[in-house]
Design a protein around this ligand. Structure first.
Ligand code: XLS
Ligand code: NI
Ligand code: NI
Length: 436
């Protein structure tokens, strides 16, 4: 049975095409800097938004028309959704998908029943993966929807909640492993706090680290060699999330001995909520050797929450790809669309338009970034800008062969600095525009 009977397999038709159900830039076999677009992006469809999103908001219930979905949280309905999901992903031509345990399988009345439901769905997911060749980029666990997680999961004040979350993550890692998942993501659903009057921050942070160590240990025990990823987000749902931004996450991983085990999954909308650009968060993670994967979406700069929109802005995707190409790709991570169609875009076809446009935006951004990199314009400028450190006193500073005393002697003798040069920001912004 076809759930999207009017949608053919999405094909690459080139930039002149006006067909909304065709790629104009994403051409999976085309090479960018020695890698096919398929392998460079490793695009993934987010199960939660695309197959579970209802379009509800604080002012009203869902709006989505999903003719295949009976609206129940039954195993049968979940099994049918797997069919829908794989038809969608196959027609789209995305090589990967991502899920939370509770997106794919319904929560049961007990943990045992939830695990059983998850196994039933995992079996079907595996069969569909084998048939289609679509792979799992990452799995994760939903440790935030159920009311038991009101105070958080690993950072809950209730030790039983920590134990429950551990059991859930244990199972989620096992299923991710069974499905050949290449990464496992921690996003701290409610790992943060609202008010310090009732919060022992030190204990909560210690517990979060303990939890992640347990996950790493369990992965080792079962032979899961996928990459663990920590996803920064500064607020929402809690006022202070412990995973605020890339720098805070790096500090946490370093301080708690998790550095060698965990990288970061960087999301655009979270970056902007933290007051950063996506490019800043990507570059910061990358220079730390911690850029593992991205959640490719975008926020709305006029709204202060996680609107999770599909990325269509070519400036944004160009900036993302400048950093991603510089570090030689994201593998074993990828580009996951943690994005949802607007509540007003309620028809199934909107899901295709959204994903096709986002994949194209990334492909176009990559081509632009590759052209900028080929000409070396930005790189050369930056190299020149710091060239005073390539020889003379600068070189000695970088090598660590001088201290304050030598620098004072140097400056006393020289008297005044060599003149500063312009940062040329406006010129460089114009240069980037030449490539768009
Ligand atoms: C929520 C997060 C979430 C993670 C996966 O804001 O982006 O969707 O990506 O738990
Ligand atoms: Ni995300
Ligand atoms: Ni998000």
């Amino acid at each position: 049975m076809a759930y999207f009977p009017d949608v053919p397999k999405i094909a690459y038709e080139g930039p002149q095409s006006k067909n909304p159900l065709a790629f104009r830039y994403y051409n999976p076999d085309e090479q960018i800097e020695g890698r096919s677009m398929r392998d460079l992006f490793r695009f993934a469809v987010a199960y939660w938004h695309t197959f579970r999103g209802t379009g509800s908001d604080p002012f009203g219930p869902g709006t989505m028309s999903r003719p295949w979905d009976d609206g129940s949280d039954s195993v049968d309905n979940a099994l049918k959704r797997v069919e829908v999901a794989f038809e969608f992903i196959e027609k789209l031509g995305a090589p990967f998908y991502c899920f939370h345990d509770r997106d794919v399988a319904p929560e049961g009345r007990t943990l045992a029943e939830s695990n059983k439901n998850f196994d039933v769905i995992a079996k079907s997911l595996k069969e569909h993966q084998q048939k289609s060749g679509i792979k799992l980029l990452w799995g994760t666990a939903n440790l935030f929807s159920n009311p038991r997680f009101m105070h958080g999961a690993a950072t809950s004040c209730n030790a039983d909640v920590f134990a429950y979350a551990a059991a859930q993550v244990k199972k989620a890692i096992e299923v991710t492993h069974e499905l050949g998942g290449e990464n496992y993501v921690f996003w701290g659903g409610r790992e943060g706090y609202q008010n310090l009057y009732n919060t022992d921050m030190k204990r909560e942070l210690d517990h979060l680290a303990k939890f992640m160590h347990m996950a790493v240990d369990h992965a080792k025990k079962i032979g899961f060699t996928g990459q663990f990823l920590f996803e920064p987000k500064p607020k929402e749902p809690t006022k202070h999330q412990y995973d605020f931004d890339a720098a805070a996450c790096c500090n946490f991983l370093r301080g708690y001995g998790l550095w060698d085990h965990v990288k970061l999954n960087i999301e655009t909308n979270h970056a902007t909520l933290a007051g950063h650009t996506m490019m800043h968060e990507l570059a910061y993670s990358s220079i730390q050797g911690k850029l593992g994967s991205i959640d490719a979406n975008t926020g709305d700069l006029l709204l202060g929450w996680d609107t999770d929109q599909f990325p269509t802005d070519i400036y944004l995707t160009t900036q993302c790809m400048l950093v991603i190409l510089e570090q030689g790709g994201l593998q074993p991570g990828g580009v996951n669309f943690d994005a949802k169609v607007r509540r007003e875009s309620f028809e199934p076809i909107d899901l295709f338009h959204a994903h096709v446009g986002a994949m194209d935006a990334f492909a176009r951004g990559a081509k632009i970034a590759a052209a900028i990199r080929k000409d070396g314009v930005l790189k050369k400028f930056v190299q020149d800008r710091y060239s005073s450190y390539d020889s003379g006193i600068g070189q000695k500073i970088e090598e660590g062969t001088v201290g304050f005393a030598e620098l004072e002697a140097y400056m006393l003798e020289k008297g005044e600095i060599s003149p500063n040069k312009s940062g040329r920001q406006e010129y460089l912004e114009n240069v980037v525009n030449l490539y768009l």
